[in-house]
Design a protein around this ligand. Structure first.
Ligand code: SAH
Length: 450
């Protein structure tokens, strides 16, 4: 079991990594010519479609599945691998996959799907560049490459965010802002990131620049707000490194507060440009709702929220527990978690910046009594150290939230060997049109509950 530690970065399957922004932001788009851009030859969709052409068949299938115009570049972008399948088929496939993986532990509950499975991504990223005629283009990286595939809209992204990105592209020329060119190191605008608060409607625009000065900054802000008064904050982020990371370290707020807020399960959360926040808020509420149901809190418990990010799960649990402890490795996320506790007037929660395994081991050594353990680790799953410490502490219930069923099953085996049984489990579809599967499991000591 060596190499199971938190530092493990291997992708154990099922597509994109929850924390890898560059991969996560892959998406599909429309083929419509963009303002000031010549249509690409041979790509137009004019004329009668040839029904014997497999491309056309795929396009028809897509339209049937989504009720929208087909996305002709879905295969290049790779952001929605399952766009050719109906949503029922996708859910059935995910349910079967999860049932098979969970077979040794008992039968899962029915998978929780979305009622409206399109445009669910509330975080949208576009890379900027030039085509061969030096027209500014914005879009996504072609799968496994740094070639930009232009796009205006995407079937799984928030439509308003897509519109804002197109508007920004339209403004660049009059402000003499050139997109950044990775090969020549010339130009300014590298990326635009838009995050939308689902419940609040607040919108954050992050302009990622290769150097700190945005020309005619105030007029640019004015022009953008005139087109989109719904934008609540604009941040300039400077990324002058040659890296596949979208965001650099330096930030300057040029309009509004520099963050947006969103409401999840009755709690308000601050989302700053770099914080991790689930991209599908509708399904996140269902996921956390299940996690709370499984935890069966009565108000008396000591609860640990491990791998807590900005403290979402712990804060949602806090009014049903005696005390909550959160642990997370990323200090920025912990800072947001502390702010979120204050924002929600929660006083029975404490956050620690630490490796979850090490922290749990310390808790075990100090013989802290733990009643309910939530864990929501990254795709690589939990660590041997963490699971061992959990087995020593013997919490009444363990609620495991997983974004990778393969590492989940690996970890469940260890917990089962240590005397825990899976009582309940359920898949939640957080990423329609992709093969990613999120799930929640309840474990307790004694007999299996299935
Ligand atoms: N529960 C949160 C975050 C889940 S994502 C939410 O739903 O929003 C997984 C989190 O685990 C990330 O915030 C990541 O920074 C954190 N993480 C990764 N490795 C860790 C480790 N070894 N110890 C503690 N936290 C870790």
């Amino acid at each position: 079991m060596s190499g199971m530690g938190a530092k493990q970065t291997g992708n154990a399957g099922y597509g994109v990594d929850k924390n890898k922004e560059d991969k996560k932001d892959k998406k599909a788009f429309s083929d419509a010519p963009r303002p000031g851009q010549k249509p690409r030859s041979g790509k137009g969709r004019q004329g009668r479609q040839n029904i014997r052409n497999p491309e056309d068949k795929r396009a028809r299938q897509q339209s049937q599945n989504t009720g929208k115009k087909p996305c002709p570049v879905a295969s290049k972008c790779g952001g929605c691998k399952w766009i050719g399948k109906s949503y029922e088929e996708q859910l059935a496939m995910k349910a079967t996959q999860f049932r098979r993986l969970m077979e040794p532990f008992g039968k899962p509950e029915s998978i929780i799907g979305m009622e409206q499975p399109l445009h669910y991504r509330n975080k949208v990223h576009a890379v900027f560049g030039e085509d061969k005629w030096h027209n500014t283009i914005s879009g996504t990286y072609e799968e496994k490459s740094h070639k930009i595939v232009p796009l205006d809209s995407c079937l799984i992204e928030n439509a308003k965010a897509d519109e804002i990105i197109v508007s920004i592209r339209g403004l660049l020329k009059s402000f003499k802002i050139r997109p950044y060119n990775e090969d020549t190191d010339f130009g300014l605008l590298r990326h635009v990131l838009v995050r939308v608060g689902y419940a609040t409607g607040q919108i954050m625009v992050v302009l990622v620049l290769a150097s700190p000065i945005l020309p005619s900054r105030n007029n640019f802000v004015k022009a953008l707000l005139k087109l989109h008064p719904e934008i609540t904050t604009i941040v300039v982020n400077v990324n002058n490194r040659s890296t596949s990371m979208v965001l650099g370290d330096k930030e300057q707020v040029i309009y509004g507060k520099g963050y947006i807020e969103d409401v999840l399960c009755g709690r308000t959360f601050r989302i700053s440009p770099k914080s991790f926040y689930q991209v599908n808020p509708v399904q996140t509420e269902k996921l956390y709702g299940k996690a709370m149901e499984y935890a069966q809190l009565t108000g008396q418990e000591t609860v640990l929220d491990a791998y807590c990010g900005t403290g979402t799960i712990g804060l949602i649990a806090s009014d049903r527990a005696a005390q909550v402890i959160g642990v997370e490795l990323n200090p920025d996320a912990v800072r947001d978690a502390v702010t979120n506790a204050r924002r929600n007037q929660v006083s029975n929660i404490q956050f620690y910046t630490n490796d979850a395994g090490q922290f749990l081991l310390e808790m075990a050594t100090q013989e802290v009594k733990l009643d309910v353990l939530f864990l929501d680790p990254p795709r690589s799953g939990s660590s041997e150290e963490f699971l061992r410490a959990a087995l020593t502490m013997k919490p009444e219930r363990i609620v495991y939230i997983s974004c990778n069923p393969e590492t989940l099953v690996r970890d469940l085996r260890i917990l089962r060997k240590g005397g825990y049984q899976v009582q309940k489990s359920v898949g939640v579809d957080m990423f329609p049109f992709t093969d990613n599967l999120e799930s929640v499991c309840l474990l307790s000591r004694g007999h299996a509950g299935h």
